[in-house]
Design a protein. Structure first.
Length: 450
């Protein structure tokens, strides 16, 4: 849709948009409007700056009739206090000509002032999960009239460890409600929330295009396991002339720590790491050091690198293959900026090959294939996740799921009974046959034929 006139919005909303000087809807606004208005659950893949706040608020405000009732009908959850303030301010601008009562609540400040404000009644609550939960438990706020739930920046929320609070809040909400979620990246954790709490959501995505920049050269290496990936990475990084400024991506903080420790043995102060378990100061220092070229290699998770202004990255190394192809596009987009040439390398195991194929399908190109160099030692050491399982061992959970908490694993068990994940894995196993022995010395020879 090219104009806000194409939306069926009230005069009050149109006036507010005119006042803001917005001439036409952004792509996420065009796509989300009718979906949200239809009442369906929605998952939006969009970053800050895409106009996503108005994308969900416009249809919600359009529907929200004047009411004197005390309990709120719309709940917007965001990960930080700063975002609460920003979103409240935005919503106030959008509803300038409507009489909606909007209240923001967040932790770290006196709860009594917020309790007091809530006694006046509200239509829209914007909240961080922890404080919201405290207010509900202390009966200062009732959620029984909530019709629309928006969770914004859900990937950040989960990375900050809000999974439990989110689950608790879901339990307190009325079952009949519309769920709307925004995330800049898709992760296993985000997907788990969707599977657990959303009903047939419509996905709208504007985060990335599937067309990579021409100035990024892309190569991939088949590698049998985690520790062989480390051997390959060490061997590549030894070439300091070529690998000048390298961003290494892993999908979770546990792998980030493991990789960092291993690389430190070889490169010491040339390596830095950032992820959400590190303190803010540590992260700021790591990024500064990387930017002023005191460190050459930065290990990061998808979420932590978001929004960072990192210039002149020579190489993006995908130490693992993202399960969601869009995340690969995000990653490689960190190099090849401002017309500079950039290179992206992708390491993939046999298990990750379907994800690599999904990436190639999204881009509609094949990533150039590189043999695993013959001098790279094939490690026989396996991570817990890679070890063959004899029955379900308690400690052999997937790395990616390690910090999801008990509730997640319980649900997974339930899902297994319906045979969703199992049959998929079985099919994959049939298609991509397992190597006879792990850490096989003949791995290179066999893969040469590809
Ligand atoms: P958001 O992604 O919601 O944080 O929005 C990013 C910025 O874009 C905010 O400053 C909005 O006020 C602004 N914005 C939202 N929608 C539009 C639009 N249709 N045209 C121009 N600017 C917009």
């Amino acid at each position: 849709m090219d104009s806000f006139k194409d939306f069926t919005i009230s005069k009050q909303l149109q006036y507010a948009i005119d006042d803001l000087g917005f001439e036409k809807p952004t792509p996420i606004q065009s796509q989300a409007f009718s979906v949200i208005l239809s009442g369906k659950d929605m998952v939006g893949i969009a970053q800050t700056g895409t106009g996503k706040t108005l994308a969900y608020m416009l249809p919600i405000l359009q529907e929200l009739k004047f009411s004197k009732q005390a309990n709120p009908r719309v709940l917007v959850m965001v990960p930080t206090r700063e975002l609460v303030l920003q979103v409240v301010e935005e919503i106030e601008k959008f509803s300038k000509y409507k009489s909606n009562r909007i209240i923001g609540v967040y932790g770290g400040v006196n709860i009594n002032t917020q309790k007091q404000a809530l006694t006046e009644g509200s239509d829209i609550i914007v909240a961080t999960p922890g404080r919201l939960y405290d207010l509900v438990i202390s009966r200062a706020l009732q959620l029984k009239s909530i019709k629309k739930l928006v969770i914004d920046e859900v990937d950040v929320m989960l990375d900050l460890g809000f999974r439990f609070q989110l689950t608790n809040i879901f339990e307190l909400l009325p079952e009949r409600r519309q769920n709307i979620m925004f995330s800049a990246t898709m992760t296993e954790h985000v997907n788990a929330i969707i599977q657990d709490f959303f009903i047939n959501p419509v996905t709208v995505s504007v985060a990335v295009s599937g067309t990579p920049l021409d100035n990024i050269s892309q190569y991939c290496y088949p590698v049998p396991n985690f520790y062989t990936k480390i051997n390959l990475l060490v061997s590549l990084l030894r070439d300091k002339e070529t690998y000048k400024k390298v961003l290494v991506f892993v999908s979770n903080k546990k792998s980030a720590d493991l990789l960092f420790q291993e690389l430190e043995n070889y490169f010491d102060s040339e390596i830095a790491v950032i992820h959400s378990n590190k303190t803010q100061n540590y992260r700021i220092r790591s990024i500064e050091n990387f930017n002023n070229e005191e460190t050459r290699v930065l290990v990061t998770t998808d979420i932590m690198s978001r929004g960072l202004d990192l210039n002149e990255i020579s190489h993006v190394i995908n130490f693992d293959t993202p399960s969601f192809p869009e995340n690969y596009m995000h990653r490689i987009g960190r190099t090849g900026r401002a017309e500079k040439k950039g290179t992206s390398l992708l390491f993939y195991t046999e298990k990750e090959e379907p994800a690599k194929i999904a990436i190639e399908t999204l881009m509609n190109i094949d990533i150039s294939f590189n043999e695993l160099p013959a001098e790279i030692e094939i490690s026989t050491k396996l991570t817990l996740e890679e070890q063959p399982r004899s029955g379900e061992r308690e400690d052999s959970i997937k790395i990616e799921e390690d910090d999801l908490g008990k509730g997640f694993h319980e649900k997974k068990e339930k899902n297994k009974k319906t045979n969703q994940g199992g049959s998929y894995r079985r099919n994959l196993k049939q298609k991509y046959k397992k190597p006879k022995t792990r850490g096989d010395k003949n791995y290179n020879r066999r893969n040469k034929k590809r």
